[in-house]
Design a protein. Sequence first.
Length: 97
Amino acid sequence: MIKKCGPVKVLPEKTRIAFQVRMSFIAVQVRRNYLIGHFVFARRVEHPRFTRVETFSPRNHLHAFRIDKLADLDDQFAAWTREAYAVGEQRHLLQKR
């Protein structure tokens, strides 16, 4: 799903796997029966599927999620992946304020 957005660098780290274009835009941690992770968006999105939302700056919002089953990787999740990828490309910095 992530690679469908375009070229991406996979950064395996000690506790997580991050995905980067110009900047990291999604990261996941593997648990025994599920994944946890987060997207980085340029806007704040309120949705029940996000376990928490942290705002670091007006255009930098972390949205944490949990994936329990393959069905969680649905069209909505794919749309969020594309939005986060655009943030990873830093396209949001080119938009007029």
